[in-house]
Structure formats: C-alpha cells, structure tokens
Design a binder for this molecule. Structure first.
Ligand code: PLP
Length: 444
C-alpha cells in the first residue's frame, strides 16, 4: 500500500499538470491528498483518512458523494445511447426532457436552454448570445461586457476576461477586448457599487454595452453576499440603459443558497442565466445558458442562417440523464429547504466561534455558502500582513481537524470559504462547527 502510494505520488509529479495549481509546489511536495472514496459529506484518501468535504469539492457536489442512483441512470443511458449529436436537426430524449425541466424550475420568463460542458463555456456562450441578440436587433455596436471586481467567471478566453481577479490574467494575459470591470458591493454600499457601475456605463458609452454579468453570491472572490437591495437596483440600472443582465448561477444554482437559483433570493429576473456544477452535482461535466422569452423570440424571428456555436458535448445524453435524476433528488429530498435551514445553523455556529476567538471578523452565510473572515483586529477590521499567511495556516489546521475548506487570500484578505453538500444534517453541521472552532483557536 505504501509503495503504491509512493508510486502514485511520483506518477502525479511526473505526468499530471494540475488545474489552478503551483507547478513548482507540486514538484517539491506532491499532492497533499489522493482521494479514493466519497460518501455523503465525506472524502477518504489513500492513507485511509476521512475528511468532511466542506467545499462540496469545487462548490458542486450538491447531493453529496457516492449516490448510486446517478451511477445507475448513467449506466442505463450509456447502454442505451451513450452519446449522439445535438447539432443542427439531431436531437434525443434526455436533452429535450432536461431543457423542459430546467425551463420549469427557472424564473418565469426564462424558458429556453443552450447546453455546454461546464461553467466557462456557459459564460463564453452567454456573451456570444448577448452580442448576437444585439446584432440581429440592429445594434451591432453593443459588444462590451461589464463584470465586477472579485468576480470569477471561469478560464476560457472570454470568461477569463470577465473574471475580476487579476491573478487569472497573469498567466497569458486576456484574449478579448471590450471587457470592463465595475465595483462590487464588498465593503461598499449598494449606492456606491451602483454609482461605480453607472460611471463605467457612461464612460464606455451605453450604446456599446451588450451585457452585465454577476454571480448572485461571489464565490471564489470570498463568498460575498450582496446587500438586500443590490440586485433590484442592478436590474433597474440595466433596464435604464437597455443592458442585458446575465446571472452567473454556476455556484449558486440548484439549491445552494436556499432557493433553486441565487437571484430568487431578491426576486429579480435576469435576461440570461448560466449554470453548471450543481446541475449534475459534478457526477458528469455539464452546463448551459437559459435565455429569456424576449431573447428567444428575437432569435427565432431574426437570427437567420446557422448559429455557428456548439460544443460536441452540448446536450450530452448521458450527462442530461444524470442531470435530470440529480434535479429530481434535489426536489424530492427538499435539499433547497435543507440548505436554508442548515445555513442558518452554520451561521449561528460561526457566530459562536467569533465570540470565542480574537481573530474573527465578519461571518456570513446564505444557504450553504459561508465565509469566516480572519482579521488582526475585529474591532477595526484591520487585516493581517499578507506574509503571515493566516488563512493558509487556518486551512492547514482545518486539514488537521479533518475538514477540507478553501482560503481566499488576494486583496490582502484572509477568508475561509464553506460550501458543504446540501444533504448535510444538524449533527454534521455541529461537528463541522466544532472542528472549525478548534482550528481557528489553534492559529490565533
Ligand atoms: N462561474 C463561477 C461563478 C464559478 O465559480 C466557476 C467555477 O468555479 C465558473 C464560472 C467556471 O466553471 P468551470 O470551472 O466549470 O468552467
């Protein structure tokens, strides 16, 4: 077993370039975990150690690990029709039924779906659809996309440009012009964030702007939950300037925030909604864009000729069948409601940790998205110097406690993010909180 593990580490270092990783660190240290089993909220590695997966892997394993129902559906679909094309006039039942299902659970005016293989492809697709919509409506100058600072929209060409975390531009620069960033309501009021967006619109020229994209809760930016009035003001501003509003629901979709989609927390309807991750709970790669009736009707009327945009795996039959089953589980097991209740319990736990610790600033949750900010002085919110690596130390202390979470350290923040599977129960939330409590007190 030990020899086998050593072999795996060596093979990993020799052949496997990890996504979003330090290649040098990988060469020096090898992988910290090699997981081989997932069950519910737990992951077990090759050393036999079991961890609470408090991130649902990459914010995506909404129904938890090891669900055999999904494996059975995938097996049946693969035996029947593993794959066939959805290009042009080809179609198949699983994608048709899934499109209908997604239309039925999306906000009222969003009823047509374009499928992709993941989140980045979904966002790139939404930008192309937005530009195409304006082009066929006779406003081809509307090409610019506004996004926000601290946004994460993925790593394809256009979604890298829309991402508002500059570290993601360092590797190879950005590929697409016409992307601009406005302020986000983090340590800023709704009025300040809206003012910044208005300034960007006026400066760029409203007649050049195709769309505005925002995550209902910014995930990778540090689980930033907007003030309650923010998205209604955003909707008004977009309407005022005729700008399409794209909600990036890639993390927040499928029950994560206590509503089926994140924007529903503020009763706002976007013009386009992108999704991925939770649609299959990560059991197969999948994603898509839902468009409003207005956009769909306009395209039906005015988009003549072929829409030259499609991925081989758009509407993949096996992934579609798995997504249908996954959504059925979310609905039948009331995981959206559970996310809301468990999120409230998690927040109470975070508040107890804050009361006991000397280094906890703001704590927050919306459904099962949560964050604990670590600060040098909670009274003034003074941050730790970056070289103290407080969040990294906290994450290590959490690993020692058997909890996997994720740090956010850019812009001199030390934020620990949480997004446990939506099936988590009260006892498991309490265990998670107790372990986080001990880890935080161990680093202060
Ligand atoms: N948008 C958001 C909000 C995300 O969190 C992510 C991934 O974490 C993406 C887009 C990109 O999705 P993918 O990694 O599936 O391309």
């Amino acid at each position: 077993m030990i020899l086998l593990l050593k072999n795996l580490v060596e093979l990993d270092q020799k052949h496997f370039i990890h996504p979003t990783s330090s290649i040098q660190q990988q060469q020096q240290e090898g992988p910290a975990f090699i997981f081989e089993k997932g069950d519910g909220i737990y992951l077990t590695d090759t050393k036999g150690d079991t961890y609470i997966d408090a991130m649902s892997a990459l914010w995506n394993v909404n129904i938890g690990h090891g669900r055999t129902e999904l494996a059975e559906v995938a097996k049946d679909q693969m035996e029947n029709l593993a794959f066939s094309s959805a290009f042009s006039t080809f179609s198949h039942e699983p994608a048709i039924l899934l499109a209908e299902k997604i239309a039925s659970i999306a906000p009222d005016s969003l009823n047509a779906v374009f499928f992709t293989s993941g989140g980045s492809e979904s966002n790139d697709t939404s930008f192309k659809l937005a530009r195409h919509y304006w082009k066929v409506k006779g406003e081809p100058k509307r090409r610019k996309i506004i996004s926000r600072k601290k946004a994460y929209h993925g790593v394809a060409a256009a979604s890298t440009s829309a991402t508002g975390i500059p570290q993601f531009w360092d590797m190879a620069g950005t590929f697409t012009p016409d992307f601009v960033h406005a302020e986000t309501p983090y340590e800023k009021s709704t009025a300040e964030a809206i003012d910044s967006m208005r300034q960007v619109i006026e400066q760029e020229g409203p007649e050049t702007i195709a769309a505005f994209i925002a995550e209902p809760v910014q995930g990778a930016g540090g689980v930033i939950i907007p003030p309650n009035d923010y998205f209604q003001e955003i909707r008004k501003l977009c309407d005022e300037y005729d700008i399409l509003f794209i909600a990036d629901e890639i993390i927040t979709g499928f029950g994560r925030t206590g509503e089926m989609f994140g924007v529903e927390n503020w009763e706002v309807e976007p013009d386009l909604m992108t999704f991925a991750k939770g649609v299959t709970s990560g059991y197969l790669p999948f994603g898509g864009v839902i468009v409003s009736d207005e956009i769909h009707e306009t395209l039906k009327e005015k988009s003549t000729g072929t829409l030259f945009h499609g991925f081989t795996y758009s509407g993949h039959p096996t992934a579609s069948a798995v997504a249908l089953k996954n959504i059925e589980i979310i609905e039948n097991e009331k995981l959206r409601e559970n996310a809301r209740h468990m999120g409230e319990r998690l927040l109470k736990g975070f508040q107890r940790i804050k009361a006991d610790a000397n280094i906890v600033g703001e704590v927050r949750t919306l459904g099962l998205l949560g964050a604990i900010e670590l600060v040098k002085d909670p009274a003034t919110n003074e941050r730790f110097p970056a070289d103290w690596k407080v969040a990294a130390n906290a994450i290590q202390a959490l690993y020692d406690q058997g909890v996997i979470c994720r740090p956010v350290t850019f812009d001199s923040t030390d934020i620990i993010c949480f997004a446990p599977p939506l099936i988590i129960n009260e006892a498991q939330v309490d265990t998670l909180v107790a372990r986080v409590h001990d880890a935080v007190l161990a680093v202060e």
